[in-house]
Ligand binder design. Structure first.
Ligand code: M6R
Length: 601
C-alpha cells in the first residue's frame, strides 16, 4: 500500500509534498521519494526507510519548485524500487497493482525499454512514454487504458512543465482545491493544511491540472464536471493531539465521534430517525439482508445482524467479503447487501459489492472516508462521520459503524411497524448517555492498564462473549493480536466447552465479556467452569455486579445501562484499551503494526 501526493500552484512544492506525505505515513513506511521539475530537467530524490530519511536527503537543498509529485511506500526496501520512477522525460508515482504487469513488460522489453526496478509501476511509466506524442494527458489516458488492476497515478513530463496529470481506477485519489493551486493525494489528511475542499475522482477519471485550472475526463475521454465536497475535518483531527499514538487518541475520540455519527439523524425525544440516504429503498418488500465486510468492519456487521433481526425482523446473513463472490446465490432487488468499510477502498469489500450488484441485489455502503469508491459505486451510501482514522487498528470507526447499523435497524423496524417511536425514544434516552459513560471508562483507564500489565506477557489469549458481546470478543481478540502480536482468538462463550477449554491454564488466559446484558448469567456459569478448570480469567462486568460477580483473577467494570445494546459500546472500549496497553507495555509500534496497512487494497 502506498500514499501519493502531487502539488501544483503557488506554494513551495517540496514543503507541501513532504508535509502531505507525513500525514500518509500510516500507509507505508519502507521508502519515500519526491520529484520536482528544475529548469528543463527534474530532480528526483528517494530514500529507503521512514520519511525522515527522505527529509534528511533533502536537507540543505534549496529547491524552489512550485510543482512536483511524492510517494511513500510499504514493502520497497531498495531505493531503486522506491518511487517516483522515470522513463526519459516522464516521471510517475503510483498506488495500486498492475495485474497484467508481465504481459505489458514483455511488450515494452521487445520495444527496447530497459527496466531499472522490480516494480509493476515502471511498466506504466514506460507505457506512458511509449504512447507520448506531445500530449501528456492523452499519453496517460492511453496508457492506463491498457492497465488491468488498480491504479492511482500522478505523472509529470519535463517536456510539459506546469502540467500535472492524475488518474485513478480502484485506488483512492482526491484533489484538494485552493485559491492558488491543487493538491492531489490518496487521502484527505495529506491536504488538510491547505484546504477543506476536495474533488473526488470517479473510477476511470483522469484530471489534467495546471496551476490555475483543472479539467477532468471520464473513462470515455469525455470532459466532465465533478462536484467539490467540503470536508469539515480540521487539521487537529488528523493529528495526534498530544497523545502518544493515534490509536489511543482515536479511542478517546469516541464520545465525540458517537455524537458526530448521530448528528442530523435523530430527534431523540420523539424517537425519530432521518436516513434520507435510504429514501428510495423499498423497505416493505425487503426480504433479506446480507452484510459484507472484512476485519473490524465484519465484526460490526455481526452486531448489525443482531440489531436488524431484533428491531426490524428481517433475516440477516453476514459474510466475510472475500468469500462472498464464491457463493452460488440467487439474489434480486429485494435483497439488500450492506457493505461496511472504514476506508471504502478495501478490495475484498469492493469486489463483494460488485458481485452483489451483478447478482441483482441492491447495495448500501457504510463508509467513513467521504467520496470512497465503495460509496460511489453502491446503490445507497451512508457515512459514519467518525473523522480521519489514522491508526491501523480500527477503534472509533467500529463504534460509529455499530451505531450507524443500530440506527438503520431501528429505522427499518419503524417503517415495517415492528418497532415504534416510543421504543426508539427509550433506546435513544440511554444512547445519549453513552458518550459520558465512555468518558467514565476513559477516566478509569489506569485500571485497564494495571490489568493489561499483568497479562501482556501472555503468548495466547481467548476472548469470550455471548449474543451481543460475541462480536466484541472477536473484535477484542483482533485488537490484541494486531497491536501486541499476542495470539488471540475470539469465540461465542458456549463454544469454549466444545474444544478451546482444553487450552486454558495459568499461561493461557481467558477474557470474559459479561457486562449487563440479558444473557449475562449464562456467561457467568461458563466463566465459573473455566475458573474451576484452572484457567486464568479476566472479566468485564457491569458496575452493578461489582460486589457480586463470579470469582475471577481480575475484573474490569463498565457503567450500568438500561438498554442492553449500550453495553456493547462500553465493553468494546475496555477491549480496545486493554489491547492498547498490552501493546504499549510490550513496546510495539502501535499505529503501524508490522505487515499491516490501513486499507487492504
Ligand atoms: O477499511 P475497512 O473497514 O474495509 O478495513 C477492513 C479491515 O482491513 C480492517 O478493519 C482491519 O481488520 C483493521 N486493521 C482492524 O483494526
Amino acid at each position: 500500500m502506498c500514499g501519493i501526493v502531487g502539488y501544483i500552484g503557488e506554494r513551495n512544492a517540496v514543503d507541501t509534498i513532504i508535509n502531505g506525505l507525513s500525514h500518509l505515513e500510516y500507509k507505508g513506511y519502507d521508502s519515500a521519494g519526491i520529484a520536482v521539475p528544475q529548469g528543463a530537467g527534474v530532480t528526483i530524490i528517494r530514500a529507503v526507510g521512514k520519511l525522515d530519511n527522505l527529509k534528511e536527503a533533502l536537507s540543505g537543498k534549496e529547491i524552489a519548485a512550485t510543482m512536483g509529485i511524492g510517494h511513500i511506500r510499504w514493502q520497497a526496501h531498495t531505493e531503486v524500487n522506491a518511487h517516483p520512477n522515470r522513463s526519459d522525460h516522464i516521471v510517475l508515482v503510483h498506488d495500486g497493482i498492475v495485474e497484467n504487469y508481465k504481459e505489458l513488460k514483455d511488450k515494452l522489453l521487445n520495444a527496447g525499454y530497459q527496466f531499472q526496478s522490480d516494480t509493476d509501476t515502471e511498466v506504466i511509466t514506460h507505457l506512458i512514454h511509449s504512447m507520448y506524442k506531445g500530449d501528456l494527458s492523452k499519453a496517460v489516458y492511453d496508457a492506463v487504458a491498457k492497465v488491468k488492476g488498480a491504479y492511482a497515478v500522478l505523472a509529470i513530463s519535463t517536456k510539459e512543465p506546469e502540467k500535472l496529470v492524475a488518474a485513478r481506477r480502484s485506488s483512492p485519489l482526491i484533489i484538494g482545491v485552493e485559491e492558488g493551486g491543487y493538491i492531489a493525494t490518496s487521502d484527505i489528511p495529506a491536504a488538510l493544511e491547505i484546504t477543506r475542499d476536495f474533488i473526488s475522482l470517479d473510477d476511470g477519471d483522469l484530471a489534467l491540472i495546471t496551476p490555475k485550472n483543472i479539467t477532468i475526463y471520464d473513462n470515455t475521454g469525455k470532459s466532465i464536471q465533478r462536484s467539490t465536497i467540503h470536508i469539515d475535518w480540521d487539521e487537529e483531527m488528523a493529528e495526534r493531539d498530544g497523545f502518544d499514538d493515534f490509536m489511543i487518541k482515536e479511542i478517546h475520540e469516541q464520545p465525540r465521534t458517537i455524537m458526530d455519527t448521530l448528528r442530523g439523524k435523530i430527534i431523540p425525544d420523539e424517537g425519530r430517525i432521518f436516513l434520507g440516504e435510504l429514501q428510495e429503498l423499498d423497505v416493505a418488500n425487503l426480504e433479506r439482508i446480507i452484510f459484507l465486510a472484512c476485519g473490524t468492519s465484519w465484526h460490526a456487521s455481526l452486531l448489525g445482524k443482531q440489531f436488524i433481526e431484533r428491531y426490524a425482523h428481517i433475516p440477516v446473513e453476514v459474510d466475510i467479503a472475500s468469500e462472498f463472490p464464491y457463493r452460488d446465490l440467487q439474489l434480486n432487488k429485494n435483497t439488500l447487501c450492506i457493505c461496511i468499510s472504514q476506508s471504502g477502498e478495501t478490495t475484498d469489500t469492493k469486489v463483494a459489492m460488485r458481485s452483489a450488484l451483478d447478482k441483482g441485489a441492491q447495495v448500501l455502503a457504510i463508509c467513513n472516508v467521504v467520496g470512497a469508491s465503495l460509496a460511489k459505486e453502491s446503490t445507497y451510501a451512508i457515512y459514519t462521520h467518525a473523522g480521519p482514522e489514522i491508526s491501523i487498528a480500527s477503534t472509533k470507526a467500529f463504534t460509529s459503524q455499530a451505531l450507524t447499523i443500530l440506527l438503520i435497524a431501528l429505522w427499518l423496524g419503524e417503517r415495517r411497524k415492528v418497532t415504534d417511536n416510543k421504543q426508539i425514544a427509550e433506546i435513544f434516552k440511554d444512547l445519549m448517555i453513552v458518550p459520558e459513560r465512555i468518558n467514565a471508562i476513559l477516566e478509569q483507564k489506569e485500571a485497564v492498564k494495571a490489568v493489561a500489565d499483568q497479562y501482556k506477557d501472555s503468548k495466547n489469549f481467548v476472548y469470550l462473549g455471548r449474543n451481543l458481546t460475541a462480536p466484541i470478543a472477536l473484535e477484542g481478540a483482533l485488537k490484541l493480536k494486531e497491536t501486541s502480536y499476542i495470539h488471540a482468538e475470539g469465540y461465542p462463550a458456549g463454544e469454549l466447552r466444545h474444544g478451546p477449554i482444553a487450552l486454558l491454564d495459568k499461561t493461557f488466559p481467558a477474557m470474559f465479556l459479561a457486562p449487563g446484558i440479558k444473557v449475562q448469567e449464562s456467561i457467568f456459569s461458563i466463566l465459573q467452569e473455566a475458573k474451576a478448570k484452572g484457567g486464568r480469567v479476566v472479566a468485564v462486568f457491569s458496575e452493578k455486579d461489582r460486589d457480586n460477580h463470579p470469582e475471577c483473577d481480575h475484573a474490569l467494570f463498565v457503567p450500568d445501562c438500561e438498554v442492553e445494546e449500550m453495553a456493547v459500546f462500553l465493553t468494546v472500549v475496555v477491549a480496545q484499551l486493554f489491547a492498547y496497553y498490552c501493546a504499549k507495555g510490550l513496546g510495539r509500534d502501535i499505529d503501524k503494526p508490522r505487515n499491516l496497512s490501513k486499507a487492504v487494497i
